[in-house]
Design a protein around this ligand. Structure first.
Ligand code: NAD
Length: 459
């Protein structure tokens, strides 16, 4: 069988090999997952609760080696990797708790004259087999966000992790098995998107597909998937509005945290900072020293603040986008250079033309754009002026401004006095417009991964 080499994006070294799965492997996984789905459905709820809770504890116990693997596979810093392992443990713990509360309700049939004389209720049944496809940028926590709720709701899962980061997903599968998950309940098919991924998307016996990845791929999937339920968590180009009443220190800290975490490779990275004209200079004074203080380099070093991009091409792309924006009139305030094959300096651009590619597309790189505005109305229109609608933020001390932005910005989440990079794993999370369909967040994913069944007794 062909293999895929997994590379460390910082050193370029090969750190492992995984099978290049094909449609045949997906078919075999589906066959086995049918039995897995039967077993999961029969498993008492308290057993699912216990397995997920044990796996959460095990993740915590094995945190250090897992974090090192994550750093090696993604190039994110060791501190970011540790935070992701802790987050994955929290997600599985939440899934365990929510699994205990997954239930239906009674139905008041006699509230309508036409249906009186009946008693009944509805239950939540597992959908059966959940197909899950995940990206490389948060390859443990985002797998946990799919696998945890799916298993908690009593489903079997076939997971196709990103080809760049399959090793950490395989570790999570091992831990779940060691914690008592039935063998057939979780299958990891490693491979490329167009091969193993597409086979999973198009398989008629996978009734539910949950995908996190790029808009380019995600938007094609409903047509490929055919008649099945689907949730999509796609890209973003998150705006944050800085009003004249904003606490600029707090805003600058947030922009640095949200703009350069994982080298800007988060779907909710701060990309566009929409700043009211009168406070542009003051914000720049707060922001630039903080950006320049970021230590960029070896992600294994405890002192490194920002690691690498996932591969050379990502670095080539950001170089091109920044140069293009500058050629169109943007001013480079800091950064703008390549520091290694996959390292790019934290970059801030000012006055980026509103139509520049980097202003309307997802940058997915350590680049923050400062774009001036005059009125709040203008800022909101600018915030909405992309195809994306994932998270947005506004810094203001004015309640009316906050509420207007919360109401008018088309996004899954609007964060007041916080950057759009804010996410709690228990909140409903997902995008509007081309940022996605459906919601994750443990309870909400679990609800999506169940079917309601009504039982009615005629008395
Ligand atoms: P990607 O779309 O290239 O790949 C994501 C996954 O889809 C991978 O497992 C890949 O193998 C698979 N895939 C690729 N082509 C496929 C196809 N034709 N059929 C089926 N599967 C296919 O994305 P990526 O580069 O791995 O991840 C980065 C993107 O993910 C960014 O756009 C980012 O914003 C987005 N993202 C979104 C969220 C969110 O929650 N909304 C979270 C993280 C990342």
């Amino acid at each position: 069988m062909d293999a895929i080499a997994v590379l460390n994006p910082y050193t370029g070294e090969e750190i492992g090999r995984v099978p290049r799965g094909t449609a045949r492997d997906v078919e075999r996984a589906v066959q086995a997952a049918r039995e897995g789905a039967r077993q999961m459905r029969a498993l008492p709820q308290h057993r699912r609760v216990a397995i997920l809770a044990a796996a959460a504890q095990r993740l915590t116990a094995e945190a250090e080696p897992l974090a090192h693997l994550l750093t090696a596979e993604t190039g994110k810093t060791i501190r970011e990797a540790r935070a992701e392992v802790a987050r994955a443990a929290t997600i599985l713990q939440l899934a365990s708790e929510e699994a205990r509360h997954l239930h239906g309700e009674t139905i008041p049939f006699d509230a309508l004259p036409a249906t009186e004389g009946r008693k009944g209720f509805y239950v939540r049944e597992p959908v059966g087999i959940v197909g899950a496809i995940t990206p490389w940028n948060v390859p443990l926590a985002l797998v946990a966000h799919k696998v945890g709720p799916a298993l908690g709701a009593g489903n079997a899962v076939i997971l196709k992790p990103a080809e760049q980061t399959p090793l950490i997903a395989l570790q999570l599968a091992r831990i779940l098995r060691e914690c008592g998950l039935p063998e057939q309940a979780l299958h990891v098919v490693t491979g490329y998107g167009e091969e193993a991924g597409d086979a999973l998307v198009t398989h008629p016996d996978v009734p539910f597909l949950t995908f996190t990845g790029s808009r380019e791929v995600g938007m094609q999937l409903p047509a490929r998937a055919g008649y099945k339920r689907i949730t999509l968590e796609l890209g973003g180009n998150s705006p944050v509005i800085i009003t004249p009443s904003a606490d600029l220190e707090q805003a600058a800290e947030g922009i640095v945290r949200g703009g350069f975490a994982v080298a800007g490779q988060l779907c909710i990275s701060v990309q566009r900072v929409l700043v009211q004209e009168s406070v542009v200079d003051a914000l720049i004074r707060e922001l630039l020293p903080r950006v320049r203080a970021l230590r960029v380099g070896d992600p294994r070093d405890e002192h490194t603040d920002m690691g690498t991009l996932i591969h050379r091409h990502a670095c080539d792309r950001v170089e091109r986008d920044v140069q293009e924006a500058m050629a169109a009139g943007a001013i480079l305030l800091t950064g703008g250079q390549r520091l290694g094959p996959t390292l790019y300096a934290p970059t801030v651009l000012q006055n980026v033309p509103r139509q520049a590619r980097i202003a309307v597309e997802e940058a997915f790189a350590p680049v923050v754009l400062l774009m001036p505005y005059t009125t709040l109305e203008d800022a909101i229109a600018l915030a909405n002026a992309t195809a994306y609608g994932l998270n947005a933020g506004i810094f203001t001390r004015d309640l009316e401004e906050a509420l207007t932005a919360a109401q008018e910005i088309v996004a899954g989440t609007v964060c007041v006095n916080d950057v759009p990079t804010f996410r709690s794993d228990l909140m409903p999370y997902g995008g509007r417009k081309q940022s996605g369909l459906g919601r994750e967040g443990v309870r909400f994913a679990m609800e999506e991964m169940t079917e309601l069944k009504v039982v009615s007794f005629r008395l």
